[in-house]
Design a protein around this ligand. Sequence first.
Ligand SMILES: Nc1nc2c(ncn2[C@@H]2O[C@H](COP(=O)(O)OP(=O)(O)O)[C@@H](O)[C@H]2O)c(=O)[nH]1
Ligand SMILES: [Mg+2]
Length: 154
Amino acid sequence: MAIGPVGAGKSTLLRALDLCGDAPDSVRKTQNVEYHAEAVDTPGEAFEIPYLYHMLITSSTRASLILLLADPTRKRTFPARFAQSMRAPTVGVVSKIDIADAEKTARAEKSLIHSGIRKVFRVSSVTGEGLDALRAFLRANGPTPDPARQGESS
Ligand SMILES: Nc1nc2c(ncn2[C@@H]2O[C@H](COP(=O)(O)OP(=O)(O)O)[C@@H](O)[C@H]2O)c(=O)[nH]1
Ligand SMILES: [Mg+2]
C-alpha cells in the first residue's frame, strides 16, 4: 500500500513496479482509495489532512507492507511516529531521485525517519534507478499468497 503527500509519486511508483496491472494506462490524480490485485493506491489528501487518517488506517488493515513516499523536490515535514500508527510494517521511499540533488534527497530521507521509518529506499520511477532493490524487498516482505485467491489465473 502506497501512502504519501499529493504528487509524491505513489501511483507512478506502483505502476513502475507493475503492481497496477488492472488499471488504465495513464496515471491520473488518485481520487479515492484504489484497490488493485496486489497493491492499494491512496489519495495524497488522506495523508495530508489528519482527520482523514482513519481512511488510511481502515483501508490498510489487510496490507502486508506500507510504502510511505516522500518527494525530495518539495520541502515538507512528516508527522512524528506516523509509522507507529499503522498496523503494517512501514518503509520509506524517497521518489524522484532523477530530479533531486543529494542534499534534497537526504532531507527527504530525514523527514521519513522523523515519522518513525527505519528503512528508506531511494528510487526514480522514471529512470528505474533503485527499483530493483525495492522489488527484491517487496518479494521478501510482501504478501503471502491469499488462499482465497488460489486457482485464479494471474
Ligand atoms: N522525474 C520524476 N517524476 C516523477 C517520478 N515519480 C512521479 N513523477 C511525477 O510526479 C507527478 C505526480 O506523480 P503521481 O504518481 O501522480 O503522484 P501521487 O499523487 O503520489 O500518486 C507526475 O507528474 C509524475 O509523472 C519520478 O521518479 N521522477
Ligand atoms: Mg496518485
